[in-house]
Design a protein around this ligand. Structure first.
Ligand code: ADP
Length: 266
Protein backbone atom coordinates (compact mmCIF):
# COMPACT_ATOMS: atom_id res chain seq x y z
CA UNK A 1 0.00 0.00 0.00
CA UNK A 2 1.44 3.38 -0.95
CA UNK A 3 1.91 5.89 1.78
CA UNK A 4 -0.20 8.99 1.65
CA UNK A 5 1.65 12.24 1.13
CA UNK A 6 1.33 14.46 4.18
CA UNK A 7 -0.69 17.55 3.30
CA UNK A 8 0.12 20.84 4.99
CA UNK A 9 -2.27 22.40 7.47
CA UNK A 10 -4.44 25.13 5.97
CA UNK A 11 -3.29 28.65 6.80
CA UNK A 12 0.34 27.72 7.34
CA UNK A 13 2.02 29.09 4.25
CA UNK A 14 -0.41 31.59 2.76
CA UNK A 15 -2.64 32.55 5.68
CA UNK A 16 -4.27 35.41 3.74
CA UNK A 17 -5.42 33.16 0.91
CA UNK A 18 -8.96 31.83 1.20
CA UNK A 19 -9.19 29.27 -1.62
CA UNK A 20 -6.38 27.51 -3.47
CA UNK A 21 -7.68 25.91 -6.65
CA UNK A 22 -5.57 23.60 -8.82
CA UNK A 23 -6.53 23.71 -12.51
CA UNK A 24 -5.39 20.47 -14.08
CA UNK A 25 -5.87 18.23 -17.08
CA UNK A 26 -4.92 14.71 -18.01
CA UNK A 27 -3.83 15.59 -21.52
CA UNK A 28 -2.04 18.61 -22.96
CA UNK A 29 -3.76 20.84 -25.47
CA UNK A 30 -7.27 20.54 -24.06
CA UNK A 31 -7.34 24.22 -23.09
CA UNK A 32 -6.36 23.99 -19.43
CA UNK A 33 -4.26 27.19 -19.50
CA UNK A 34 -6.88 29.01 -21.55
CA UNK A 35 -9.57 28.07 -19.05
CA UNK A 36 -7.33 28.98 -16.09
CA UNK A 37 -6.54 32.42 -17.55
CA UNK A 38 -10.16 33.20 -18.37
CA UNK A 39 -11.40 31.89 -15.06
CA UNK A 40 -8.90 34.09 -13.23
CA UNK A 41 -10.01 37.15 -15.21
CA UNK A 42 -13.71 36.30 -14.77
CA UNK A 43 -13.28 35.93 -11.00
CA UNK A 44 -11.46 39.28 -10.88
CA UNK A 45 -14.30 40.85 -12.90
CA UNK A 46 -16.72 39.56 -10.28
CA UNK A 47 -14.75 41.57 -7.71
CA UNK A 48 -12.71 38.81 -6.12
CA UNK A 49 -9.03 39.15 -5.27
CA UNK A 50 -7.32 36.67 -7.56
CA UNK A 51 -3.81 35.26 -7.89
CA UNK A 52 -2.63 32.97 -10.66
CA UNK A 53 0.49 30.85 -10.55
CA UNK A 54 1.61 29.44 -13.86
CA UNK A 55 2.94 26.13 -12.56
CA UNK A 56 3.00 24.64 -16.06
CA UNK A 57 6.70 24.87 -15.66
CA UNK A 58 7.79 23.15 -18.86
CA UNK A 59 5.42 25.12 -21.06
CA UNK A 60 4.56 28.38 -19.33
CA UNK A 61 1.93 30.18 -21.41
CA UNK A 62 0.53 32.79 -19.01
CA UNK A 63 3.02 35.56 -19.90
CA UNK A 64 1.70 35.42 -23.48
CA UNK A 65 -1.95 34.98 -22.53
CA UNK A 66 -1.74 38.10 -20.33
CA UNK A 67 0.46 40.03 -22.79
CA UNK A 68 3.24 40.49 -20.23
CA UNK A 69 5.98 38.51 -21.91
CA UNK A 70 8.61 41.15 -21.22
CA UNK A 71 7.61 41.74 -17.62
CA UNK A 72 10.21 41.09 -14.95
CA UNK A 73 8.89 41.04 -11.38
CA UNK A 74 10.59 43.28 -8.81
CA UNK A 75 11.49 42.39 -5.27
CA UNK A 76 9.79 44.32 -2.50
CA UNK A 77 10.37 44.57 1.21
CA UNK A 78 7.56 43.26 3.34
CA UNK A 79 8.36 43.56 7.05
CA UNK A 80 11.69 41.84 7.41
CA UNK A 81 11.51 39.95 4.14
CA UNK A 82 12.36 40.55 0.50
CA UNK A 83 9.54 39.12 -1.56
CA UNK A 84 8.82 38.76 -5.27
CA UNK A 85 6.09 41.15 -6.36
CA UNK A 86 3.64 39.40 -8.69
CA UNK A 87 2.84 41.15 -11.98
CA UNK A 88 -0.66 42.63 -11.96
CA UNK A 89 -2.74 42.49 -15.12
CA UNK A 90 -6.49 42.60 -15.67
CA UNK A 91 -6.96 42.57 -11.89
CA UNK A 92 -5.03 39.31 -11.51
CA UNK A 93 -1.75 38.87 -9.63
CA UNK A 94 0.39 36.67 -11.80
CA UNK A 95 3.65 34.78 -11.49
CA UNK A 96 5.15 32.40 -14.00
CA UNK A 97 8.48 30.72 -14.32
CA UNK A 98 8.39 32.26 -17.79
CA UNK A 99 9.24 35.64 -16.20
CA UNK A 100 12.56 34.29 -14.97
CA UNK A 101 13.88 31.90 -17.59
CA UNK A 102 13.55 31.47 -21.31
CA UNK A 103 11.28 28.70 -22.58
CA UNK A 104 14.30 26.95 -24.04
CA UNK A 105 16.01 26.82 -20.64
CA UNK A 106 12.97 25.74 -18.67
CA UNK A 107 12.46 22.55 -20.66
CA UNK A 108 15.94 21.38 -19.67
CA UNK A 109 15.21 21.63 -15.97
CA UNK A 110 15.15 18.59 -13.84
CA UNK A 111 12.12 17.89 -11.72
CA UNK A 112 13.80 18.96 -8.50
CA UNK A 113 14.87 22.31 -9.94
CA UNK A 114 11.39 22.95 -11.22
CA UNK A 115 9.87 22.00 -7.88
CA UNK A 116 12.19 24.32 -6.00
CA UNK A 117 11.50 27.20 -8.35
CA UNK A 118 7.77 26.73 -7.86
CA UNK A 119 8.11 26.60 -4.10
CA UNK A 120 9.88 29.95 -4.27
CA UNK A 121 7.18 31.48 -6.43
CA UNK A 122 4.69 30.44 -3.76
CA UNK A 123 6.49 31.03 -0.49
CA UNK A 124 8.79 33.93 -1.39
CA UNK A 125 6.25 36.05 -3.24
CA UNK A 126 4.00 38.75 -1.90
CA UNK A 127 0.63 37.25 -2.83
CA UNK A 128 -1.09 39.16 -0.05
CA UNK A 129 -4.80 38.75 0.53
CA UNK A 130 -6.53 36.58 -2.06
CA UNK A 131 -10.00 35.12 -2.38
CA UNK A 132 -8.82 32.71 -5.06
CA UNK A 133 -5.34 31.48 -5.83
CA UNK A 134 -5.40 29.48 -9.07
CA UNK A 135 -2.60 27.08 -9.96
CA UNK A 136 -2.23 26.24 -13.64
CA UNK A 137 -0.67 22.78 -13.29
CA UNK A 138 1.32 20.93 -15.92
CA UNK A 139 -0.76 18.31 -17.76
CA UNK A 140 -0.85 14.77 -16.48
CA UNK A 141 0.55 13.54 -13.21
CA UNK A 142 4.09 14.39 -12.15
CA UNK A 143 6.43 15.24 -9.31
CA UNK A 144 5.31 18.84 -9.68
CA UNK A 145 1.83 17.80 -8.63
CA UNK A 146 3.24 16.03 -5.58
CA UNK A 147 5.36 19.04 -4.66
CA UNK A 148 2.42 21.41 -4.89
CA UNK A 149 0.18 19.17 -2.87
CA UNK A 150 2.85 18.92 -0.18
CA UNK A 151 3.58 22.64 -0.22
CA UNK A 152 0.11 24.14 -0.28
CA UNK A 153 -3.14 23.34 1.43
CA UNK A 154 -5.04 23.05 -1.86
CA UNK A 155 -8.75 23.60 -1.36
CA UNK A 156 -9.69 21.56 -4.39
CA UNK A 157 -8.90 20.68 -7.98
CA UNK A 158 -10.84 21.29 -11.18
CA UNK A 159 -10.10 19.07 -14.14
CA UNK A 160 -10.36 20.42 -17.69
CA UNK A 161 -11.01 18.04 -20.57
CA UNK A 162 -12.48 17.95 -24.03
CA UNK A 163 -15.32 15.48 -24.60
CA UNK A 164 -13.04 13.28 -26.72
CA UNK A 165 -12.43 9.67 -25.61
CA UNK A 166 -8.62 9.96 -25.38
CA UNK A 167 -8.87 13.15 -23.36
CA UNK A 168 -11.47 11.64 -21.06
CA UNK A 169 -9.33 8.58 -20.39
CA UNK A 170 -6.52 10.88 -19.23
CA UNK A 171 -8.90 13.10 -17.27
CA UNK A 172 -10.00 9.99 -15.42
CA UNK A 173 -6.36 9.28 -14.50
CA UNK A 174 -5.96 12.86 -13.32
CA UNK A 175 -9.02 12.59 -11.15
CA UNK A 176 -7.86 9.33 -9.63
CA UNK A 177 -4.50 10.93 -8.82
CA UNK A 178 -6.22 13.60 -6.72
CA UNK A 179 -8.53 11.16 -5.03
CA UNK A 180 -6.05 8.30 -4.81
CA UNK A 181 -4.18 6.71 -1.96
CA UNK A 182 -1.16 8.95 -2.32
CA UNK A 183 -2.80 12.33 -2.74
CA UNK A 184 -6.12 13.30 -1.29
CA UNK A 185 -7.38 16.57 -2.74
CA UNK A 186 -11.10 17.13 -3.24
CA UNK A 187 -12.08 17.26 -6.91
CA UNK A 188 -14.43 20.22 -7.25
CA UNK A 189 -15.55 19.13 -10.68
CA UNK A 190 -14.94 18.83 -14.40
CA UNK A 191 -14.91 21.61 -16.99
CA UNK A 192 -15.78 20.51 -20.52
CA UNK A 193 -13.82 22.61 -22.99
CA UNK A 194 -14.33 22.60 -26.77
CA UNK A 195 -17.75 21.14 -26.02
CA UNK A 196 -19.27 22.12 -29.39
CA UNK A 197 -18.93 24.53 -32.30
CA UNK A 198 -21.56 26.92 -33.57
CA UNK A 199 -20.86 28.65 -36.92
CA UNK A 200 -21.78 32.34 -37.03
CA UNK A 201 -24.11 31.78 -39.99
CA UNK A 202 -25.95 28.93 -38.25
CA UNK A 203 -26.43 30.28 -34.72
CA UNK A 204 -28.98 27.60 -33.80
CA UNK A 205 -26.66 24.73 -34.64
CA UNK A 206 -24.25 22.90 -32.39
CA UNK A 207 -21.64 20.62 -33.89
CA UNK A 208 -20.11 18.21 -31.39
CA UNK A 209 -16.69 17.98 -33.00
CA UNK A 210 -15.00 16.12 -30.14
CA UNK A 211 -18.05 14.10 -29.18
CA UNK A 212 -21.19 14.98 -27.29
CA UNK A 213 -21.17 15.63 -23.55
CA UNK A 214 -18.32 13.26 -22.75
CA UNK A 215 -17.40 15.23 -19.62
CA UNK A 216 -21.00 15.40 -18.52
CA UNK A 217 -21.22 11.62 -18.68
CA UNK A 218 -17.89 11.15 -16.89
CA UNK A 219 -18.94 13.59 -14.17
CA UNK A 220 -22.18 11.65 -13.68
CA UNK A 221 -20.34 8.35 -13.58
CA UNK A 222 -17.84 9.59 -10.97
CA UNK A 223 -20.48 11.58 -9.06
CA UNK A 224 -18.56 14.84 -9.35
CA UNK A 225 -20.04 18.15 -10.52
CA UNK A 226 -19.80 19.34 -14.12
CA UNK A 227 -18.83 22.95 -13.42
CA UNK A 228 -19.46 24.14 -16.95
CA UNK A 229 -19.14 23.69 -20.70
CA UNK A 230 -17.19 26.03 -22.97
CA UNK A 231 -17.68 25.79 -26.75
CA UNK A 232 -15.01 26.13 -29.43
CA UNK A 233 -14.93 29.84 -30.25
CA UNK A 234 -12.47 31.68 -32.44
CA UNK A 235 -12.28 34.63 -30.03
CA UNK A 236 -11.10 32.33 -27.23
CA UNK A 237 -8.16 31.24 -29.33
CA UNK A 238 -7.46 34.79 -30.56
CA UNK A 239 -7.70 36.16 -27.03
CA UNK A 240 -4.98 33.73 -25.99
CA UNK A 241 -2.68 34.79 -28.77
CA UNK A 242 -3.24 38.52 -28.37
CA UNK A 243 -2.88 38.45 -24.60
CA UNK A 244 -6.42 39.71 -24.00
CA UNK A 245 -8.49 36.91 -22.47
CA UNK A 246 -12.01 36.91 -23.90
CA UNK A 247 -13.40 36.92 -20.34
CA UNK A 248 -12.52 40.66 -20.28
CA UNK A 249 -15.31 41.25 -22.77
CA UNK A 250 -18.18 40.68 -20.37
CA UNK A 251 -20.78 41.71 -22.97
CA UNK A 252 -19.84 38.97 -25.41
CA UNK A 253 -21.54 35.57 -25.27
CA UNK A 254 -18.21 33.89 -24.67
CA UNK A 255 -17.25 36.36 -21.96
CA UNK A 256 -20.56 35.58 -20.30
CA UNK A 257 -19.83 31.85 -20.52
CA UNK A 258 -16.65 32.35 -18.50
CA UNK A 259 -18.49 34.60 -16.06
CA UNK A 260 -21.00 31.82 -15.56
CA UNK A 261 -18.16 29.34 -15.06
CA UNK A 262 -16.62 31.61 -12.41
CA UNK A 263 -19.98 32.00 -10.68
CA UNK A 264 -20.35 28.23 -10.61
CA UNK A 265 -16.97 28.00 -8.86
CA UNK A 266 -17.71 30.35 -5.99
P1 ADP B 1 -3.41 23.29 -22.49
O1 ADP B 1 -3.11 24.28 -21.40
O2 ADP B 1 -4.40 22.24 -22.06
O3 ADP B 1 -2.20 22.68 -23.11
P2 ADP B 1 -4.13 25.58 -24.10
O4 ADP B 1 -4.91 26.39 -23.11
O5 ADP B 1 -2.75 26.00 -24.39
O6 ADP B 1 -4.16 24.04 -23.67
O7 ADP B 1 -5.02 25.50 -25.42
C1 ADP B 1 -4.58 24.82 -26.57
C2 ADP B 1 -4.98 25.61 -27.82
O8 ADP B 1 -6.39 25.58 -27.99
C3 ADP B 1 -4.60 27.08 -27.74
O9 ADP B 1 -4.22 27.49 -29.01
C4 ADP B 1 -5.90 27.76 -27.33
O10 ADP B 1 -5.98 29.10 -27.78
C5 ADP B 1 -6.93 26.90 -27.99
N1 ADP B 1 -8.21 26.82 -27.27
C6 ADP B 1 -8.40 26.39 -26.01
N2 ADP B 1 -9.71 26.39 -25.68
C7 ADP B 1 -10.38 26.85 -26.77
C8 ADP B 1 -11.77 27.06 -27.09
N3 ADP B 1 -12.73 26.80 -26.21
N4 ADP B 1 -12.08 27.55 -28.33
C9 ADP B 1 -11.09 27.80 -29.22
N5 ADP B 1 -9.79 27.60 -29.00
C10 ADP B 1 -9.42 27.12 -27.80
Amino acid sequence: KTKQVARPEPDKLLPQVKNIIAVSSGKGGVGKSTVAANLAVALAQLGYKVGLLDADIFGPSMPKMFNVEDARPYMETVGERELIKPIEKYGVKLLSIGFFVSKEDAVLWRGSMASNALKQLIADANWGELDFFLLDLPPGTSDIHLTLVQTLAITGAVVVSTPQEVALADARKGISMFTGEKIDVPVLGLIENMAWFTPAELPENKYYIFGKEGCKKLAEELSIPLIGQIPIVQSICEGGDSGKPVALDTDSLTGMAFKQLAENMV
